[in-house]
Design a protein. Structure first.
Length: 346
């Protein structure tokens, strides 16, 4: 059970997140950059950036990228990987707003079907793609629409609950999604699968940022600038081996997320109006922050002011750093955290 749980819920989710990052997320960043630069000067290069971003963030394109990422993480053969392009594109398109979850489920099954026959016959170049594509498309036709509806319903329920009870839900979402980011699963894939945007997405950004910035600042004395950048702009997952050894080192970032989550929803009303996957990225490449900013400028009736910018900076960087560092110093004082507990492996 542990083997399959890791394969389907850790490896596959991580591969899906990488596929999302290499298509939708990067495409959104390029598109946003191009659109903002076009407002300054209308030239061919800026129009090229917009076009490139539009292609990379197209629904069928990032659906295919997710499926290939899943197949790669599952160590599928080359023919299975190439065949998953069609499966992912179809599942994401058919799944609607909950397309990423449909891609996750269907690509896993299609990849396993393809792996069963891969390199088992003399006509592998025909058999493997046929089995992978037909099994994936059949599942898409039968289930993708309903998987998408279910995922959207859960995501909509979470977002509705957040609007009704922003303090409590902000706290819960921030803590849970932040923890998911540090665990060897994909918070980005979870947010994408559930379509978490709006206030709920903003709380998720707060939670992920608290984990990344918290661990980066707490461990600076042991890991230096390389550790600060790899955790603060990369991932707090690097601390998982240390968390296993001493779970108490996780207390400061988690408490920081519990504090910043409701501040995000109740005080600053930070909303994720970009791609849902950005909600689970935190400060990784500043993707979470770019998603919030993108939403600001996409709304013709909203112009961000000083309060909005201050809120984004406080929630994403300042408060996680201050809270985590203060708590870490206290836990060191009482002996719960010792020197070397946060040292990253060389």
């Amino acid at each position: 059970m542990n083997k399959y749980a890791k394969r389907y819920f850790v490896d596959a989710l991580s591969g899906m997140a990488q596929g999302l990052f290499a298509s939708l997320l990067v495409g959104t960043i390029i598109l946003t950059l191009g659109q903002q630069l076009l407002k300054i000067d209308d030239n061919a290069f800026f129009r090229y950036l917009v076009k490139a971003g539009q292609f990379a963030s197209d629904k069928k394109v990032f659906g295919a990228a997710m499926a290939v990422g899943i197949g790669y993480a599952m160590k599928s053969s080359a023919l299975v990987l190439f065949s998953l392009v069609a499966v992912g594109a179809a599942a994401n398109e058919t799944g609607g707003a909950g397309g990423p979850l449909a891609v996750l489920v269907i690509a896993i099954v299609a990849a396993e079907c393809g792996n069963l026959v891969s390199k088992k016959t003399k006509v592998d170049i025909l058999v493997t793609p046929i089995v992978t594509i037909l099994s994936g498309i059949l599942l898409t036709v039968l289930t993708a629409k309903y998987i998408g509806i279910a995922a959207s319903s859960v995501g909509n329920l979470i977002m509705w609950a957040t609007n009704q009870r922003p303090f409590i839900m902000g706290m819960i979402i921030s803590a849970v999604v932040g923890i998911a980011l540090t665990l060897p699963i994909s918070s980005a894939a979870i947010c994408a699968a559930l379509g978490l945007t709006g206030l709920a997405g903003g709380a998720a950004v707060a939670g992920c940022s608290a984990q990344m910035i918290g661990f980066a600042v707490m461990s600076f004395s042991e890991n230096g600038w390389s550790g600060l950048l790899s955790q603060g702009l990369g991932t707090s997952m690097l601390q998982m081996p240390n968390i296993v050894k001493n779970p108490k080192i996780w207390i400061p970032p988690i408490l920081a997320s519990v504090i910043t989550g409701p501040l995000s929803t109740c005080l600053f009303a930070l909303k994720m109006n970009g791609a849902a996957v950005s909600s689970g990225m935190g400060t990784c490449g500043f993707v979470g922050q770019i998603g919030v900013i993108t939403g600001w400028y996409a709304d013709p009736f909203f112009k961000p002011g000083v309060f909005d910018w201050v809120g984004l900076i406080l929630i994403s960087f300042v408060l996680p750093a201050v809270i985590s560092l203060a708590l870490c110093k206290y836990l060191k004082k009482i002996g719960w955290i010792k020197e070397g507990d946060l040292k990253l492996p060389e």
